[in-house]
Design a binder for this molecule. Structure first.
Ligand SMILES: *[C@@H]1O[C@H](CO)[C@@H](O)[C@H](O)[C@H]1NC(C)=O
Ligand SMILES: *[C@@H]1O[C@H](CO)[C@@H](O)[C@H](O)[C@H]1NC(C)=O
Length: 461
């Protein structure tokens, strides 16, 4: 099987570079990080998931690649599904920030003990958000993607090399923040001053969720489907946090709504992820409060984008099939005279792109679903959006050529993740295909999303 892969010498170079790249990282002093920085759900910085990047943003740990050492494996292809980098708030959140900022300036009802940070929130903090910023990628977001590309090219030097750039396909969601991210990723791969950009916009692949009727009507626009989220938002735990924060700000309990409370929490995240600032807003929340707010985000992602409803995962069938078709092609035996396979496929999208795909693959599925009423038994859950889909989150399928045939490994945010039910970090590709046989043979977008006449969407797998 391995005879079909690229010429031996390029394999050797790849294998050698695997051994030679060591874990060598700089040790810059770590900047001041707010105590609640790791709890922002999808608004979490990538550095909170990989804190060693705070010391050295190009730090690469090559021991995350785990093919069996005895099989002389070398990577021959990667497919990377990547979320855009740090961005501005969307219009809806910018409006909430304006309302909140007005409220804390004018709405004080009771006297409060004035601490420095409270004075900062009330009089020194400047509300610099404007509606035209709506969700655009920020400078830090460009750096997120540029640096990710540079780390990945250090991890896969034979694949993401400068010479290969023209052979790497890049597809992106049509959203501005994704297209900008796709460009920044390409900047990271190229050393020259005149960067060559090329990408294809493909919303069928990267924004499948808005095209799946069964999903849009059955989940996104369906209040019943998101009942747990709504219940928790007005439940005991959230109410306690809301009242505590209102008291701290000297506000009437009813004037600080659940939405404004969340806006205050996210202000801490935006100031950090956009400007690397430790905002005074962060002090409004202790770690326990942050955990409650994080749970609210996790509930939303779980019920809206993940295992809560089977159709969410199934809506990603086009992307699933695209990934496996690409891997099939890259792993196919070929003569030494044939052109080598495409070294990499880069797919840039959203948290809403990654979560359904991860769910379809059966990852982060806990035994007990998180609900509005079981917060206290969910501390050990694996479904944590802060860790799974921070800004610049990335899921990488690494295809190796090995003596016993091709193997596949998953990396999520640059750390190994195992396929459900498979015991190895890099199982044989044919075993992965066997695991997903039911999806490879089915998972038909039109059938799942449109349903057949006379029956609803097929949610039984
Ligand atoms: C490098 O990656 C390996 C494998 O995931 C992990 O066990 C190890 O802790 C990592 N090293 C550092 C310094 O992060
Ligand atoms: C809305 O969600 C509920 C609960 O998941 C489901 O039973 C119902 O069929 C959905 N309604 C529509 C219109 O899909």
């Amino acid at each position: 099987m391995s005879s079909g892969f690229p010429p031996r010498n390029s394999l050797l170079v790849a294998a050698l570079s695997l051994v030679l790249t060591r874990f060598s990282c700089g040790s810059q002093p770590v900047p001041d990080v707010p105590h609640i920085a790791a709890y922002f759900g999808t608004k979490t910085r990538y550095e909170e998931v990989n804190p060693h990047l705070l010391r050295d943003v190009l730090c690469v740990n090559s021991s995350v690649l785990k093919p069996p050492p005895s099989e002389r494996c070398s990577p021959v292809h990667i497919t990377a599904v990547i979320r855009h980098g740090s961005r501005f708030p969307t219009v809806q959140n910018i409006r909430r920030i304006h309302r909140l900022s007005q409220l804390v300036r004018t709405g004080r009802d009771t006297e409060t003990t004035e601490t420095t940070w409270l004075t900062d929130i009330r009089s020194r903090w400047e509300n610099w958000y404007t509606e035209d910023m709506d969700g655009q990628l920020v400078m830090k977001g460009r750096e997120d993607l540029r640096n990710l590309a540079r780390r990945l090219s250090a991890l896969f030097p034979a694949l993401l090399s400068e010479e290969n750039v023209r052979r790497i396909s890049v597809r992106s969601s049509s959203k501005h923040r994704c297209v900008s991210s796709a460009e920044a990723f390409q900047e990271g791969l190229q050393r020259r001053s005149e960067v060559q950009y090329s990408h294809r916009v493909d919303d069928e692949l990267m924004r499948f969720f808005e095209r799946c009727r069964g999903y849009v009507e059955g989940v996104e626009k369906n209040r019943t489907a998101l009942l747990e989220v709504e219940r928790f938002k007005h439940g005991e735990e959230m109410e306690a946090v809301r009242k505590r924060v209102a008291d701290t700000l000297g506000l009437h309990h009813h004037s600080l709504t659940a939405d404004l409370l969340e806006a205050a929490f996210f202000l801490c995240s935006y100031e950090l992820s956009i400007k690397s600032l430790h905002s005074p807003w962060c002090y409004l929340f202790d770690e326990d409060a942050a955990k409650v707010l994080q749970y609210q985000s996790d509930l939303k992602q779980y019920w809206k984008r993940s295992h809560g409803h089977m159709i969410s995962g199934l809506s990603s069938c086009p992307l699933f099939h695209h990934v496996f078709r690409t891997l099939d092609k890259a792993g196919r035996p070929r003569r030494s005279t044939e052109a080598p396979p495409e070294p990499a496929s880069i797919l840039v999208g959203h948290a809403e792109t990654l979560l359904p795909l991860l769910s379809l693959l059966g990852l982060f599925k806990d035994e007990t679903p998180p609900t509005a009423s079981n917060y206290h038994t969910q501390h050990g859950r694996s479904f944590r959006s802060s860790l799974i889909v921070p800004y610049a989150a990335n899921l990488i399928f690494v295809l190796y050529d090995c003596q016993r045939g091709p193997r596949l490994q998953l990396l999520l945010n640059e750390a190994p993740v195992r396929f459900p039910g498979l015991e190895e970090d890099a199982p044989l590709y044919r075993d992965v295909r066997a695991t997903y046989r039911h999806l490879l043979d089915g998972c038909d977008f039109h059938r799942e999303c449109e349903g057949r006449p006379g029956r609803g969407p097929n949610t039984e797998l």
